[in-house]
Design a protein around this ligand. Structure first.
Ligand SMILES: Nc1ncnc2c1ncn2[C@@H]1O[C@H](COP(=O)(O)OP(=O)(O)OP(=O)(O)O)[C@@H](O)[C@H]1O
Ligand SMILES: [Mg+2]
Length: 361
């Protein structure tokens, strides 16, 4: 049981600033997921919380106690890494017991802790095996077991599934969701590159970018109400389309004349002063629908990707520009090379001015 509070946390290596002014509160029992582009500082932030990396500025509190100078072993934290590095010559049981032996726990305490973890992780049948006789997913579970036996207040996971193949990732993701349910009081922070893991596991997602936090919210808040273009395009796949244009009608609904021919209507309100201003209209690929009426996009389909359950249509405005992508349910191979008209419901049309969503003005 633990809550965490980061206030103005910063990290520099020499004169290279990696993170600055990170403010974040995590409640007991939350599973918070950190996402962000490679190199944005996700692992660094996790390692600072664990105490494996010095905090250059600001404070970290766990249960209202300042932790900046508390050694890792006394923070009540266990970390599971991507490369789980089990001891190859030790059985599953001994791998899980190792930290407790070092901590000089009694034999009975160790047995009880290992058996409880094995039960939660369904590793009871494998306790006497060596790691080489386990599958990748089972090894990853042993690595998680090594964390569980220590009964930490906070679990930190740094891309724990990225070494697994696709099918195993799905299975292990569901196991982690069940593990969280079995331990409702544990606080977890989880770093991943995988959109689906982030959307399905997180109570809240923290999007890191440009040395700071781009947005914090529940998965659906980030999907439905992104605060800025970065989050809008980072969450969701394929990414949200951004179409430049100018405001031609303001009020409770806003109308935008797009570059080219399209016109978009959004339920986001604007004020008279916005008339004529440049905006980016945001439409998710899955929010485009075919229409006979006024269109947001009227163009020739350059590429079709039929994925079975959905079809992706690519419109390449000009060489070198990003394609506009629409995702239609079902199979539409016949649309290749054809001209189609697409629109989107005004409730699904986002508006960004200077990179920021007008929803939050
Ligand atoms: N010891 C170090 N000295 C200097 N720079 C470092 C050091 N460790 C990390 N960095 C830099 O800090 C930045 C953040 O690294 P970090 O490993 O936290 O990124 P990440 O978000 O976890 O990336 P990835 O998604 O690739 O794992 C990177 O630009 C990295 O080069
Ligand atoms: Mg990392």
């Amino acid at each position: 049981m633990a809550n965490l509070k980061l206030s103005g946390v910063a990290k520099s290596y020499g004169n290279v600033e990696v993170l600055k002014d990170i403010n974040l509160e995590i409640e007991t029992g939350e599973l918070v997921v950190f996402v962000g582009p490679s190199g944005c500082g996700k692992s660094t932030l996790l390692r600072m919380i664990a105490g494996l990396e010095r905090i250059s500025g600001g404070t970290l509190e766990i249960d209202d106690q300042r932790m900046n100078d508390v050694p890792p072993s006394q923070r009540g934290i266990a970390m599971v890494f991507q490369s789980y590095a089990l001891y190859p010559h030790m059985t599953v049981r001994d791998n899980m017991a190792f930290a407790l032996k070092i901590a000089k726990k009694t034999k009975d305490e160790i047995t009880a802790a290992v058996e409880k973890a094995a039960r939660i992780l369904q590793l009871e049948d494998y306790l006497d095996r060596l790691p080489k006789a386990l599958s990748g997913g089972q090894r990853q579970r042993v690595a998680i077991g090594r964390a569980i036996v220590r009964d930490p207040k906070v679990y930190l996971f740094d891309e724990p599934l990225s070494n697994l193949d696709a099918a195993l990732r799905v299975a292990t993701r569901i196991e982690i969701a069940q593990l969280k349910e079995a331990m409702p009081e544990s606080t977890m922070i989880y770093v991943t590159h995988d959109q689906v893991e982030a959307m399905t596991l997180a109570s809240r997602i923290v999007v890191l970018a440009n040395k700071g936090i781009a947005q914090v919210g529940t998965p659906l808040e980030l999907y439905e109400r992104p605060e800025n273009e970065f989050v809008a395009q980072f969450i969701g796949s394929p990414a949200m389309n951004l179409l430049p244009g100018r405001v031609i009608k303001t009020g409770a609904q806003t109308t935008v004349q797009l570059q080219g021919e399209g016109v978009a209507v959004s339920d986001i309100a604007t004020v008279a002063d916005d008339l004529g201003k440049p905006v980016n209209v945001g439409v998710r690929p899955e929010d485009f629908v075919l229409t006979d009426g006024p269109a947001v996009l009227d163009g020739k389909v350059d590429i079709v990707e039929a994925l079975g359950e959905v079809t992706l249509l690519y419109f390449v405005p000009e060489r070198g520009q990003d394609p506009i992508i629409a995702k239609l349910p079902g199979i539409h191979g016949e649309l290749r090379g054809n001209s189609v008209k697409l629109t989107a419901d005004p409730s699904k049309v986002h508006l960004f001015m200077d990179g920021k969503s007008l929803l939050y003005r």
